[in-house]
Design a protein. Structure first.
Length: 254
C-alpha cells in the first residue's frame, strides 16, 4: 500500500503553517518534516507544536528528515540522541539519515565498519522509542550504488535499519530497476521526483517511468510513503500538478 506525502525541504522558504496548508490542499496523506529549517533538532516545544498543527489538519508525520551523518559523529552539529528526542516529540515513526560522508569508491573497510557500528548504535537507541532508522539512497555516501547500499545493509545487520529509495540521477530506467531489486529486502519509503541530469521536470512527464518503479515497489505487507521532493522552480502550482500525478500513481498501484 502506498501513502502520499511531501518532504518539507521542497519549500524551505515557507513556514510550517504554509507547508501544512499546501499539503492539505493537495490532499496528500502526510509530511516528512526536515530538520534543517522547519523542525530544528533540539527545539522540542516547537516539534510538539508542529505535530499538533499537522494532525489538526488530518495529516500524518511520515518521518523526520535529519541530516545525521552516520559514522562521522564529530562532523554532526548535534548528537543523534538530540535528533531522536526531537523525532519523538514530533511523533515521527522514522528518521532519515545519511550513510557517512564518503562515497563508496573513497571508503575503505575500516570506514565502512565505522558507519555500520554507528548505525547499529543509533538503531538500538531508536528501537527503544519505536522509531526506525532509514538510510537515504544518495550520492557521495555509502548508499551511492546498489552494490554498496546492499553491502552496507548486510554489514549493519540490524532489524531496525531500513533504506529509502529514489531514482539516482544519471542512471537508465533499467539500472534504476536493478537498484530497486538489489535493496528490496530493506526498502521502506520512497523519495519521488523526475529530473534529467540537471533540470527538474514535471512529474507527469515521468509517469510511465514511475509506473514501472511502483509496480516493483508495491507490497501488500508494508505501507510505503511516496514523498514528493522538489518541484520546478519551487512553484506552488507545479507542486499541485505533481501532487495530482503522485496521487494517481499511488492509487493505481496500491
Amino acid at each position: 500500500m502506498f501513502k502520499t506525502g511531501l518532504c518539507s525541504v521542497t519549500f524551505r522558504n515557507l513556514s510550517v503553517e504554509e507547508v501544512i496548508e499546501l499539503t492539505s490542499k493537495a490532499e496528500l496523506n502526510g509530511i516528512e518534516w526536515g530538520g534543517d529549517v522547519h523542525v530544528p533538532s533540539g527545539n522540542l516545544k516547537h516539534a510538539a507544536e508542529v505535530v499538533r498543527l499537522t494532525e489538526e489538519s488530518n495529516l500524518e508525520v511520515s518521518s523526520y528528515g535529519s541530516y545525521y551523518r552516520v559514522g562521522d559523529i564529530k562532523s554532526n552539529p548535534v548528537s543523534f540522541e538530540q535528533i531522536l528526542e526531537t523525532a519523538v516529540h514530533l511523533n515521527a515513526p522514522a528518521i532519515r539519515v545519511w550513510a557517512g560522508t564518503l562515497g563508496s569508491k573513497d571508503a575503505d573497510q575500516d570506514y565502512r565498519d565505522q558507519v555500520a557500528a554507528d548505525a547499529r548504535r543509533i538503531a538500538t537507541l531508536a528501537e527503544k522509542k519505536n522509531v526506525t532508522i532509514n538510510f537515504e539512497y544518495h550520492g557521495d555516501t555509502l548508499t551511492d550504488t546498489k552494490e554498496s547500499a546492499a553491502l552496507l545493509m548486510k554489514e549493519v545487520d540490524h532489524p531496525n535499519v531500513n533504506i529509502y529509495w529514489q531514482p539516482a540521477v544519471g542512471l537508465s530506467v533499467d539500472e534504476r530497476i536493478e537498484s530497486i531489486n538489489e535493496v528490496q529486502p530493506w526498502l521502506s519509503h520512497v523519495h519521488v521526483f523526475h529530473w534529467d541530469i540537471i533540470d527538474r521536470l514535471r512529474l507527469v512527464e515521468g509517469k510511465e517511468e514511475w509506473s514501472t518503479y511502483l509496480n516493483l515497489l508495491k507490497t501488500d505487507e508494508q505501507t510505503r510513503y511516496l514523498l514528493l521532493e522538489f518541484v520546478i522552480e519551487d512553484s506552488k502550482q507545479q507542486f499541485f500538478e505533481d501532487a495530482k500525478t503522485l496521487k494517481e500513481l499511488g492509487s493505481k498501484y496500491s
